[in-house]
Design a protein around this ligand. Structure first.
Ligand code: MN3
Length: 200
């Protein structure tokens, strides 16, 4: 069965007041994410070794194989964006108690968590992602990955939150100011209830 573009969990105008305008969402979801899905489906159609595999299985299968790097890139980006849409909310920015306690335990404070996440997001050179993950040791940490990669591929842990720092994610709203986009995202857009629900 072909992979499909998921429906956004909010309207394309719902995040405008929180710093992500309708045009950003329409282009990012309807054009960029759709293009990854279309490309991935093309690869699956032409490569029997990919058929019958789940999205996660394709990401892991293609990981590190230079000859099918485009498969990894597009499957990774489909996986990453599925997470990204769930990671935002028109009423985001509020950290519920259980997650706040875990953040305080592992980072020292909410401020220290945000600083670590911002550092990961702003030092990712070029396109990529920053993530809040729970590692195999149970501890939360902020990590970054380039281009279409993700913690599923790197084995760095279970994803609680992921922010897209490709320029298409913020250029209309924040121009070249990636640090401002990341700060706003953490304070107003991040769906910490979703993140808390992923805690192991
Ligand atoms: Mn994107």
């Amino acid at each position: 069965m072909a992979f499909e573009l998921p429906t956004l969990p909010f309207s394309t105008t719902a995040l405008a007041g929180a710093g992500m305008c309708q045009e950003t969402l329409e282009l990012h979801h309807g054009k960029h994410h759709q293009a990854y899905v279309t490309a991935l489906n093309g690869f699956v159609e032409s490569k029997p070794e990919l058929q019958g595999k789940s999205l996660e299985e394709i990401v892991l299968f293609a990981n590190g194989k230079a000859d099918i790097a485009p498969v990894f890139n597009n499957a990774g980006q489909h996986w990453n964006h599925i997470v990204f849409w769930k990671n935002m909310s028109p009423t985001g920015g509020k950290i519920p108690g259980k997650l706040e306690a875990k953040i305080a335990e592992d980072f020292g404070s909410v401020t220290a968590f945000k600083d670590a996440f911002k550092a990961a997001a702003t030092t990712q050179f070029g396109s990529g992602w920053a993530w809040l993950v729970q590692g195999a040791d149970g501890k939360l940490k902020a990590v970054k990955t380039p281009n279409g990669s993700n913690p599923l591929a790197t084995g760095e842990g279970k994803v609680l939150l992921g922010i897209d720092v490709w320029e298409h994610s913020y250029y209309l709203d924040f121009r070249n100011r990636r640090p401002d986009y990341v700060t706003n995202w953490l304070d107003k857009l991040a769906n910490y209830e979703y993140a808390e629900a992923q805690l192991g």
